[in-house]
Design a protein around this ligand. Structure first.
Ligand code: FES
Ligand code: FE2
Length: 382
């Protein structure tokens, strides 16, 4: 099997990429969006589930359908830490065990169990382990546990395969063109003549260094398998005195093979009044879900051009629209067989190489690489 025959894009439970992604804990929902006592249908990697939060506050993830006659469990109601089916009232606990069946003989319920999945809340997100067997320990991101403020952004649904997003994680060159409008609105110039990008394999994946003449080197960290870590200056405008450095981590998680969810957490090392000012600015500019997909689709349809977009938009939102236009613009599932890769694509090539290496190991039953997230990864220059 050569690399081009390894399928990176399909993530159903039987696929190689799907099995690989399922060997990691994945974010599936933003914690603050799931109130106690609420049940929801969710789809992750082409599979349906029921996510609910018990009255005690603990989240649970169980099968999509009731074991009795298969109705959708999310339509039922939460009782304590259990979920009762809307159709005939079978009740399940968070482990999927049926604990009550109105009208049935005692003893039947004990024989019925639906699948359940381990979940944990971490960094403002709900993570689940959807793979087979014992879950590995929850992966920790030590830099995001440091003192400061952590904000989990409203997740966004993008109308493309998750790998369009992953390719972008290690693409240090696109910023100058894709984000030209954002950069120019912020009063800065795109410098591209001498921009140099280089990538290397690290303990966590791929680090891409971006070097512009006369400026400090910047880094993109493509963390295996589907995480990205960067450092971003809020506001971008040079005259913006409240601008601060954010350490940003994003996950691209397939919903189906044609749609993906983007989770984002931002960490800033501020306290006291500076922290309050940051949160106040966050509430003003970003607490509402951005309209990147709607606006990005209009750009792709030719209904509006990026420079014509509302000048009142925040830089943050404009960046999302610009990325959406290019990444969804590659096609819902990008046709990689037609690409003409060059020198600027070193990061993309290397990240895919690591994926191919891991998928091949998985296919051949060899151990997978244990990626290590070092403390201090988010710091400048590491
Ligand atoms: S289908 Fe759920 S109790 Fe009958
Ligand atoms: Fe971008």
């Amino acid at each position: 099997m050569n690399d081009s025959e390894l399928d990176l894009v399909h993530t159903g439970p039987e696929t190689l990429a799907g099995r690989y992604l399922r060997s990691f804990w994945q974010p599936i929902y933003r914690a603050e969006d799931l109130p106690a006592g609420r049940a929801l249908p969710i789809k992750v990697m082409n599979e349906d589930f029921t996510l609910y939060r018990g009255e005690s506050g603990s989240p649970h993830l169980v099968a999509f359908r009731c074991a009795h006659r298969g109705t959708q469990l999310s339509t039922g109601w939460v009782e304590d830490d259990c979920l009762r089916c809307l159709y005939h009232g079978w009740k399940y606990d968070g482990s999927g065990q049926c604990v009550e069946q109105p009208g049935e003989d005692e003893g039947f319920a004990a024989k019925v169990r639906i699948r359940s999945y381990p979940v944990r809340e971490y960094l403002g997100l709900i993570f689940a382990y959807l793979g087979d067997g014992e879950p590995p320990p929850l992966r920790r991101y030590p830099d995001y546990e440091r003192p400061g403020i952590l904000v989990a952004m409203p997740p966004e649904t993008w109308a493309c395969n998750y790998f369009n997003r992953l390719d972008n994680d290690a693409d240090g060159f696109h910023v100058l063109f894709t984000h030209r409008e954002s950069i120019s609105r912020a009063g800065r110039m795109s410098i591209y003549q001498d921009r140099n990008v280089s990538s290397e394999e690290t303990s966590y994946g791929v680090r891409t260094a971006i070097t512009n003449p006369g400026q400090p080197t910047d880094y993109l960290r493509a963390v295996m398998p589907n995480v990205n870590q960067i450092r971003v200056r809020t506001g971008q405008a040079s005259a913006d005195t409240t601008s601060v450095w954010e350490e940003r981590m994003t996950w691209a998680v397939p919903i189906t093979d044609e749609r993906s969810l983007r989770f984002e957490v931002n960490h800033v090392r501020l306290d006291g009044a500076a922290a309050e000012a940051y949160l106040e600015r966050y509430q003003r500019e970003r607490a509402k879900p951005v309209q990147a997909n709607e606006l990005g689709d209009r750009v792709l349809a030719g209904a509006v051009r990026i420079p014509e977009l509302d000048r009142g938009m925040s830089t943050y939102e404009l960046f999302r629209v610009e990325d959406y236009a290019t990444e969804v613009g590659q096609g819902v599932i990008a046709d990689r067989s037609q690409e003409r890769l060059g020198r600027i694509d070193v990061g993309v090539i290397l990240r895919r190489k690591l994926w191919f290496r891991e998928l091949r190991a998985l296919a051949e039953g060899r151990p997978l690489q244990e990626w290590v997230i070092p403390e201090g990864m988010a710091d400048w220059g590491s």
